[in-house]
Design a protein around this ligand. Structure first.
Ligand SMILES: *Cc1c(COP(=O)(O)O)cnc(C)c1O
Length: 363
């Protein structure tokens, strides 16, 4: 198979390091759910899940059922929670031993109907403030009533999600959510239902809300740093996005660069063309100096508009030639930093990395 020179290197030893660091933040009895949705945040969900399974994670989570199917096809054995199942998928999920989240009344009706054929493991999501998926605490009485009435629904866990666990200014809001979650669990207990697992914290929640670890935590393992760029210095980014210089052009003052001459040289310049563009996840927002790449550890800003397959960068003051390595982000230059200049977050950058970018998994 031919490889693209534009590669996303995935360092599984950094992954193992991060897992160890996060595991040390929780008590030994607390379970660890690895969230490997969106191809493990744009990396390689199979390589990441296989490594984490070998390291001993207790549970996996994916967003959509089809992501779980990919993991099962590669032999992943541990339980897999589907965070966001869609209608008519219960049978398919059951066949693959994927466990659905029930997050709405319609979903509950559907699973009750299905449970008349066979028993189904389910996870109930409570909406404590994010207002995305889940039952409001005020709806739980009727949910509980239905669980009691339909014993072939096997409750595996009850969970919720914090709205801003990484943000010190949102501490009070998250605390209110934790209180609402505790109140919700009480409703289950008072009705005589034992909740086997409660879980609420994501990666930054593990560190910032120790009181909310409950029986399990959920984590994307800090694959590239936290969404807002406040990176816990103990964690290592596991991914490096690299390419090589395809061509160098010498420009005179007044010459344009790229489509619609998105940049015009204001002096004599050297410009390098790189084989990565918006088809690879470098969207238009990075155009016109909003992001820079690193060549021999020196910054080279993007000139003009991002093309489908290429970008052009300013190498006027960098000694370099065709074939030289170019870093978009790595352990020294974070994905958050790359994303922030364009007003976005690392998660958007990394999950957009296209399938054309070769994944290079380092053990
Ligand atoms: C994505 C996701 C997580 C993981 O979040 P990180 O901040 O990457 O650890 C946890 N829980 C839910 C419900 C999610 O959607």
């Amino acid at each position: 198979m031919l490889k693209n020179k534009t590669t996303l290197e995935i360092d599984l030893s950094a992954l193992a390091h991060n897992y160890k660091i996060l595991r040390a933040e929780i008590s030994p009895e607390t379970k660890f759910m690895a969230v490997v949705k969106a191809n493990a945040y744009g990396s390689d969900s199979i390589a990441v899940a296989q490594k984490l399974e070998a390291l001993g994670v207790d549970y996996f989570a994916v967003a959509y059922a089809m992501e779980g199917e990919i993991l099962r096809a590669q032999g992943i054995q541990k339980p897999i929670l589907v965070l966001h199942p869609q209608t008519d998928q219960l049978d398919g999920m059951q066949q693959l031993n994927l466990e659905p989240t029930i997050y709405s009344s319609k979903g509950l009706e559907e699973v009750i109907e299905y449970s008349k054929i066979q028993s189904v493991p389910i996870h109930i999501k409570v909406n404590t403030g994010l207002n995305r998926l889940g039952f409001k605490p005020s709806q739980l009485d009727s949910v509980i009533e239905l669980l009691i009435k339909h014993p072939s629904l096997k409750l595996k866990s009850v969970y919720s999600h914090l709205i801003a666990s990484e943000d010190p200014d949102s501490k009070a809001i998250c605390q209110d959510q934790i209180n609402a979650f505790n109140q919700s669990i009480k409703l289950f207990n008072e009705a005589g239902i034992t909740v086997p697992l409660r879980h609420m914290t994501n990666t930054s929640g593990i560190i910032n809300f120790k009181e909310a670890h409950f029986e399990m935590v959920r984590s994307g393992i800090g694959l590239y740093g936290f969404a807002n760029g406040t990176y816990d210095s103990k964690l290592k980014p596991i991914g490096s996005l690299k390419t090589v210089i395809s061509k160098i052009n010498e420009l005179s003052k007044g010459e344009g660069v790229g489509y619609n001459s998105g940049f015009v040289a204001d002096k004599a310049m050297r410009v390098a063309t790189l084989p990565i563009g918006h088809a690879d996840g470098i969207t238009r927002i990075y155009s016109k100096g909003k992001a820079r790449v690193w060549i021999h550890n020196q910054p080279a800003e993007i000139l003009g508009n991002v093309c489908m397959d290429m970008i052009m960068v300013n190498v006027t003051s960098i000694e370099c030639e065709e074939g030289d390595e170019v870093v978009l982000f790595d352990q020294n230059h974070s994905a958050s930093e790359f994303a922030e200049g364009a007003g976005t977050i690392s998660y958007e950058l990394i999950t957009a990395i296209g399938s054309r970018v070769s994944r290079l998994v380092k053990q």
